[in-house]
Design a protein around this ligand. Sequence first.
Ligand code: UN1
Length: 507
Amino acid sequence: PLVRDPLLQRLEALESRHWYAGPTFPSEDAGEEAPINAPQDLTHEVGTRRDSTEEEVRAAITQAEFIQPGWNALGGEKRAVLLEAAADLFEDHMDEFLSLCRREAGKTVLDGVLEVREAVDFLRYYATEARRQFSAPIMLPGPTGEENRLHLAGRGVFATISPWNFPLAIFIGPAAAAMAAGNTVIAKPAEQTPLIAALAVKLCHEAGIPEEVFQLLPGAGDVGQMITGDPRIAGVAFTGSTETAQAINRSLAAREGPIATFIAETGGQNAMIVDSSALPEQVARDVVASAFQSAGQRCSAQRMLYIQDDVYDDMLAMIRGAFAALQIGDPTDFAIDVGPVIDPDAKAALERHVARRKKAGRTVWRRKLPRGTANGCFVAPTIIELDSILDLKRENFGPILHVARYKADGLNRVIADINSTGYGLTLGLHSRIEATRRYVEARARVGNFYVNRNQIGAVVESQPFGGEGLSGTGPKAGGPHYVARFATERVVCIDTTAAGGNATLLA
Ligand code: UN1
């Protein structure tokens, strides 16, 4: 092209940079480094990761525990100022984050921009909550001569274990909330995306958050187990698969020592219901965005689409039209809608799922992968016809949408089936009938219910996000109750009469 986008030029200039992630306080005998390759081109090395050793995990927790009372005593206002300084630095380093989003995580430029924005929003929102809830105690009622105060305080050392699909936003969100509440944080990023996490932690330190307060410990599941198995960890905030959340929950229950707080945000089997009053163009746009943006790698993404019988064929034809227009390929190209999935294992699992449905005789529509995608983990966007959501056993974390038809008098069955999956994350409804909206809203057991719009992209503060049942424990990220869940409550009760307790006894 004759005119080159300045952002694109800046990103290209960053392409040759080699990144590194290792523990915040490395020990002498550092182990092997493993390469981090771009999902869209496995021959391109973005950087290297060095996993944390057992000794480093233990030492990190010791430091975090030692400094935590001081961090807590700093108070909500001072912690808020530091989190806001970090947000400013994140904005200043937008280009580096975008470069890492697209090369380490295979994200499109659009998704990268949304990711950095959300990370900044989390930092600022939780800073506001630190001010609101952690600056002054709540004064409680009591008789004259007695002072009763309720304080929120950090629980101690919190572990945050974060996913690769939001390698910045969901890496920094729970950590920021934990710090806002007065905890120190041991952060283990997903093994696929430690580089962006390392940059985030470095900028937090530059913003003035002490290194002991926020420590990075890269590694895979074994490092996660070393961290959560340590009885000095007061709480764990985990985002990832339901199976891993259940495993962590079991190991925390089996652990000696204090009872840990567990906050989990996990998977979904998210459906959308489209009735015959829905507007087809709007439906097509929202279905395609909900199912295929981020290559379907969002826990909020639409997996199952129910369309009312009488409009099924027309509606599906319109959706398939939008589906056919999706641009698939290397997300370093600005025009791309659907990039790669995260790694070869993810690709293999999704391909197995499609192959099984084909073998079972299901109707399957698949896009063709364009040329130049052979070196990457690309999965062709796919639509599969099913009878019901009950035909799905597990979450298929990628660009695969399932569709089924329902009869107008079968709406209660549809909702019962969706509820019976046990998941409860997002649900979409396209209907212009108010009574239908009320009916579904009253019966669906989901964390986030979206009406006449897409069902991804929850906005911090406006749409606090999180599910129930197999989808997580709550509280909702980016909502008013989130930060307080990382805290413990302390009540201080003082007899303020001159002679103290004796006067009360003698009275
Ligand atoms: C996740 O994918 O792990 O609303 C959760 C959304 C995002 C989902 C994040 N907040 O699409």
